[in-house]
Design a protein around this ligand. Structure first.
Ligand code: UD1
Length: 423
């Protein structure tokens, strides 16, 4: 049972766009509430390798100065490791008129094309070619041109990438059918505080008037919606009581509403949320959708919780083709659940028991942790590098809430493997 208070870090999906966007800025960007996770570390390393000066002021504040960066190819081995490296295409194209990167990596939820990113960059005047796993982009004359872009699919990444590329384009860009996630608003606010002219972020039409130059400034990243939601679900699943601090309750409404349907008590305050677990959880049906719908990045955590609820729940994945790999891991712990394409049917009332399981991806890893907290016996989770991509101090934060969780290192292993052990 989790009890106590937990402080939420800055939003991963905002930070991983803001760091590449800093490449556009001629001056020092002081960024507060930066989450210390492996995805942000990786992007900061990429910027440093490109010639940026990165200074840590304290654990959550950094200064990035890209004014001396000159064009060079992005470091491929690092680019390949994370999804968000695609924002460097927009940033390098916007600043230098040229970009050569690898195709992005990240969690494997099936095919994750970047055709809408390419459509956007092409509409802005770039020649873009994807060949042998590399993306080559350049624009004649070195500067992109504003235009109207209608996205065929609501894509967070494409919206943010086009936004970054367009801030210093010549003239006005309008992105229609844009995604509306809070981190898109955060990226726009960051860019505006550095001198950009972006309006309408958070709606499906974003208007960007290109400026000649961005200047340095200070910006604080919003709290992480998904990290907060994960602790909320963990509190509910364990029947505990947790005050989740440093959050924007409005961003969590879809998660709060679903938890209330399960019988969990959720009380909202100005910048915190109190979650009190119910003695019996009720089944709910979930369909993941773009914001303000239920986030796909909270689907696995809710899947773990629903194994314990009374009755049969149905989860429909509305974003990705293959985001239920974690279900077979839950079954190893005694869950009764089956998957048919984009639908998972979870028979509740399971008595979970600890088992060796895998973190198949970042949020699947969080789901395993939640299941492990609720299971009898010891759960050992492998491949925790996925979890480290998106949760700052996960083990310490959970331990401060009373969880019996620890990181176990195998020093004799040549791979230096680590697992999470939950009792
Ligand atoms: C971002 C998030 C990820 C989250 C997802 C949906 C980051 C770094 N990652 O991923 O955590 O799960 O939003 O909220 O912010 N698509 C295309 N063509 C494209 C782009 C996307 O077909 O050019 C498809 C994708 O395959 C997917 C859907 O559109 O089925 C949504 O993807 P998108 O919103 O772009 O997700 P990401 O930006 O990759």
């Amino acid at each position: 049972m989790l009890r106590g208070e937990v402080e939420i870090s800055g939003a991963k999906n905002a930070a991983v766009a803001i760091i590449p966007a800093a490449l556009m800025v001629d001056g020092v960007c002081r960024i507060e509430n930066m989450p210390q996770i492996s995805d942000t570390d990786m992007l900061l390393t990429i910027l440093s390798e490109l010639g940026a000066k990165v200074n840590y002021i304290n654990h959550s504040t950094i200064e990035i100065d890209c004014s001396k960066v000159r064009y060079q190819d992005a470091p491929y081995d690092l680019m390949r490791k994370i999804r968000a490296s695609y924002y460097l295409i927009g940033a390098m194209l916007g600043r230098f008129g040229s970009a050569k990167t690898t195709m992005p990596g990240g969690c494997n939820f099936g095919v994750r094309p970047i055709d809408q990113h390419i459509k956007g960059m092409t509409a802005l005047g770039a020649n873009v070619e994807v060949k042998n796993g590399f993306v080559y982009a350049d624009v004649a004359g070195g500067r992109l041109h504003g235009t109207r872009i209608y996205l065929d699919k609501v894509s967070v990444g494409a919206t943010m990438n086009i936004l970054i590329a367009a801030v210093m384009a010549q003239g006005r860009t309008i992105i229609e059918n844009a995604a509306r996630e809070p981190h898109i608003v955060d990226l726009a606010n960051f860019l505006n505080s550095m001198g950009a002219d972006v309006r309408g972020a958070g709606t499906d039409t974003i208007k960007i008037n290109g400026v000649e130059k961005l200047h340095g400034g200070t910006y604080a990243i919003i709290p992480d919606q998904i990290e907060a939601g994960t602790y909320m679900v963990a509190a509910a699943a364990t029947g505990g009581e947790v005050l989740v601090k440093n959050v924007i309750p409005r961003h969590l409404e879809c998660i709060s509403a679903k938890l209330r349907e399960t019988g969990t008590i959720v009380q909202e305050y100005e910048d915190s949320i109190l979650v009190k677990g119910a003695s019996t959880l009720r089944k709910v049906n979930i369909k993941t959708l773009p914001y303000p719908g239920f986030p796909t990045d909270m689907q696995p955590q809710m899947g773990a919780l629903l194994c314990l609820a009374e009755g049969t729940s149905v989860i429909t994945e509305g974003i990705y083709d293959n985001r239920f790999k974690y279900v077979s891991e839950l079954r190893k712990m005694g869950a009764e659940a089956h998957v048919d394409g984009r639908v998972a049917v979870i028979e509740g009332g399971a008595k979970l028991s600890g088992a060796p399981v895998q973190a198949c991806d970042l949020r699947a890893g969080a789901a395993m942790v939640i299941a492990g907290l609720c299971a009898n016996g010891v759960t050992e989770i492998e491949d925790i590098h996925y979890i480290e991509r998106g949760y700052e101090n996960f083990v310490d934060k959970l331990r401060s809430l009373g969880a019996d969780i620890r990181l176990v290192s195998f020093e004799d292993s040549c791979s230096g493997a680590e697992i999470l052990s939950i009792s």
